[in-house]
Design a protein around this ligand. Structure first.
Ligand SMILES: [Zn+2]
Length: 311
């Protein structure tokens, strides 16, 4: 009887999980870093990094740049804004910023630089972006974005640069602190261009997603997965596309994108010269990763395990 009950409970779980997955798949494609509860979806599976995590044998510093968003079902998923008859797309801007960051970093032979994609036309699932960074033993993983405030085509009052970084004081605390420090270093470089520095944005999961140790996970996927994979990672927002000054002074010309990309690179170099390689991945404690069906409310620490959140 008890066994039958267990079988019944298990099948209910499978049914609920299947329902959860179909809900996730049918959700709007525009589920990106900046807005909405859709951004912290239940995680149903992970792509195991093929190499890492771990510290690479190379003495070079490895930087993974992630140009935000991309085309999904024929439409750009990032923010956009039309000004003076010109339409600006976040997806295209972040691709340009990333290319300039890469170009600048590669002038220095100490750096190996990867992009998570090579075209604004492409989109890559968020977890895959972080898994890729872990797979190449990233010493720093920077997801590059442009902000927008709600208003549906109208200008906004918000302006400046910010970073969605992992929250400290809980799971992988030391790693979170390192990510925050790196993010602040980049924000300082951007603010030296004249952009207002809005600082770090730290947000908790809104749907009850937890890390392996039971602590609440981060809301934004890039810092959340970075914490899980043991890599320093965060989002940098390069000003507001629908704030007139941010757009016209910092986000509308090729020179602007070069300046932003190079400011990111300078911040990356400044931080990594001081902090060195990421040794954290080597010491991530995966022993607390929950096992079996009872672990559905926790996110395991290691990348090569299936993941599930509560809501
Ligand atoms: Zn974005």
């Amino acid at each position: 009887m008890i066994k039958l009950k267990n079988v019944f409970t298990a099948s209910v779980r499978v049914f609920l999980l299947a329902a959860l997955i179909s809900t996730t798949v049918s959700a709007p494609a525009r589920a990106e870093e900046e807005t909405g509860p859709a951004f912290a979806p239940p995680v149903t599976k992970t792509t195991a990094p093929q190499i890492g995590p771990g510290v690479s044998n190379s003495s070079k510093l490895v930087v993974v740049l992630d140009p935000g968003h991309g085309k999904t079902q024929g439409h750009y998923s990032g923010c956009s804004f039309e000004y003076n008859g010109v339409k600006y797309y976040e997806d295209e801007i972040t691709m340009k910023i990333a290319a300039y960051t890469k170009q600048y970093l590669e002038q220095n032979s100490d750096y190996t630089v990867y992009l998570t994609k090579d075209s604004a036309e492409k989109t890559v699932p968020l977890e895959q972006r972080a898994a890729f960074a872990a797979s190449v033993h990233a010493d720093l993983f920077v997801s590059q974005h442009v902000d927008a405030a709600p208003g549906n085509g109208t200008t906004c009052n918000a302006y400046g640069v910010s970073s969605m970084a992992p929250k400290a004081g809980r799971y992988n605390n030391e790693l979170a602190l390192q990510s925050q420090e790196a993010a602040k270093t980049i924000l300082n470089q951007l603010s030296a261009l004249g952009l207002h520095n809005r600082g770090l944005i730290l947000r908790d999961s809104q749907n009850g997603t937890h890390f392996a140790d039971g602590s609440l996970a981060d809301y934004y996927a890039i810092p959340r997965y970075s914490q899980m994979y043991g890599i320093r990672g965060f989002i940098i927002e390069h000003g507001f596309i629908n704030h007139t000054s941010d757009l016209t002074l910092f986000l509308s010309t090729e020179e602007n994108y070069k300046a932003l990309g190079e400011a990111d690179a300078k911040g990356i170099i400044e931080y990594l010269q001081k902090a060195g390689k990421n040794t954290f991945a080597q010491t991530v404690d995966t022993s607390q990763a929950p096992q079996g069906a009872s672990s559905e409310s926790k996110i395991p620490a290691g990348p090569a395990v299936s993941l599930q959140s509560t809501s």
